[in-house]
Ligand binder design. Structure first.
Ligand code: 5AD
Ligand code: SF4
Length: 435
């Protein structure tokens, strides 16, 4: 989301005549787009701010903090970090040109008003050093699920959906520029809903319809999406996915915990059985779909039994990839107001390590099952390990590395998997697909 937002910010500033520089020493402004989801994300920003003081002693560069940390701390951040000149929340980016001008005159500004309707729908993001092949499109903003541990509803405000026509236009434009993959982004894409100016529920565009419209742009344009809330993942979406080969076979479905009691405490509004039922539905509609997840270890009051339930969930679902975190208490959340962060740090770390180890085994076993299969791969770039090799992804979002030959970025290739690690598949090109 932040990456997509930075591209909107880039567009807003370029329009005013500003230019990006890769060189800290040439910059008049440094804008840092921040995350507040866990405490360590914020600590990294504080460290970076401290490091930038050396640069500021040499040159009069102004620093602005944008994004969720800005929204969470507001003007307190100006007080705590004396080298910061402006603080701008996620719904106030249109004001950046004015704020930058005020800053030149020495003003310190915090602009953190949240909006109920800002979606930046009319702003065409200017892409930031991407690969020219895959791009993000933000389709909605905010979240009002209020999971007990999460700051997002407070830092990104109420949920609102963007006009579908502007989404389709943006995707088409990317395709015409040579992009071959778009990822539609929202905190909970399954609750995307556009009722237009009429507010008419009957003719509303929901997420399945939006996906179909984007996928219909071209069979050569791959479409991905993130993130889905398990409570809202509908059969209708799975049906639309099964009807479009270019909607990628990969669903990110954050489980957070495998324990019914903890899920309730987290206010996730599903049970492990409901979650497993959704997994069964995915397998039924899309037998070749990969499934990935997010999980939190050591949430308030989590017992060894609860933790075992999470490990059991991992064994049952057999995720292809997982983002695994230890719980970090966030200010003002329901958890902070009503629950105790009572799991000792060493226990949290131990549980997280157990989940990571188990997931490593599962990912390797899953990848081994891919050996011998041939996948359509969209080539994204040169492998980090060797210039002689390219890498790309299959529909399941797994990275595959293969010999370069005469192939180039942006090409669709048929690649047969010959070997793997827990993180990567290795293969050989068996046939190019004509574009
Ligand atoms: N502590 C740890 N992890 C968290 N996440 C969100 N809030 C917290 C927190 N307070 C994780 C969830 C979410 C992902 C984006 O970050 O797993 O899905
Ligand atoms: Fe946070 Fe829950 Fe919203 Fe995801 S759905 S952003 S975890 S409140």
């Amino acid at each position: 989301m932040n990456f997509a937002d930075s591209e909107v910010i880039n567009a807003i500033l370029i329009r005013e005549g500003y230019k990006l520089t890769p060189d800290d020493n040439a910059a008049d402004f440094i804008l840092i787009n921040t995350c507040a989801i866990r405490d360590n994300a914020e600590q990294r920003i504080r460290k970076r701010l401290h490091e930038l003081k050396a640069l500021q002693r040499q040159r009069p560069v102004k620093i602005g903090i944008l994004g969720c940390m800005a929204e969470r701390l507001q003007k307190q951040l100006l007080e705590e970090e004396d080298n910061v000149s402006f603080v701008v929340g996620p719904d106030a980016y249109r004001k950046l040109p004015i704020i930058l001008r005020q800053t030149i005159n020495g003003a310190k500004t915090a602009e953190t008003t949240l909006s109920e309707d800002e979606t930046y729908a009319d702003i065409t993001p200017v892409r930031l050093n991407g690969n020219g092949i895959s791009g993000y499109i933000s389709i909605m903003r905010g979240c009002q699920n209020y999971c007990a541990y999460c700051v997002v509803p407070y830092t990104r405000g109420k949920e609102r959906s963007r006009d579908p026509q502007t989404i389709v236009n943006e995707a088409r434009m990317l395709f015409e520029q040579g992009y071959r993959e778009v990822t539609l982004l929202g905190q909970n894409v399954n609750s995307y809903k556009w009722t237009g100016d009429t507010g008419n529920e009957v003719s509303a565009t929901g997420f399945p319809q939006l996906m179909a419209r984007v996928a219909d742009i071209s069979p050569l344009l791959r479409v991905r999406f993130a993130t889905s809330h398990p409570k809202d993942l509908s059969d209708e979406l799975l049906q639309v996915m099964s009807e479009h080969r270019n909607i990628c076979r990969c669903i990110h479905l954050p489980v957070q915990s495998g324990s019914e009691r903890i899920l309730k405490l987290m206010n996730r509004r599903y049970t492990p059985d409901w979650y497993l039922n959704r997994i069964d539905a995915i397998r039924r509609f899309l037998p070749d779909c990969s499934i990935t997840t997010d999980v939190i270890a050591g949430f308030c009051s989590e017992t060894e039994e609860d933790h075992q339930a999470t490990l059991q969930m991992f064994r049952k679902v057999r995720y292809d990839y997982a983002y695994m975190f230890k719980f970090s208490m966030r200010p003002n959340t329901y958890a902070e107001r009503h629950l105790q962060d009572d799991i000792p740090e060493d226990v949290k770390i131990h549980r997280l390590e157990e989940i990571i180890a188990l997931q490593g085994e599962i990912a390797l076993e899953n990848n081994r099952r891919d050996i011998g299969k041939t996948f359509e791969v969209l080539t994204e770039g040169t492998s980090h390990r060797s210039k002689e090799q390219l890498f790309g992804r299959n529909s399941q979002n797994k990275v595959i590395v293969f010999d370069r030959g005469n192939h180039h970025t942006g090409e669709y290739l048929q690649v047969k998997v010959t070997d793997c690690t827990a993180a990567t598949l290795k293969g050989i090109v068996v046939n190019s697909t004509e574009e």
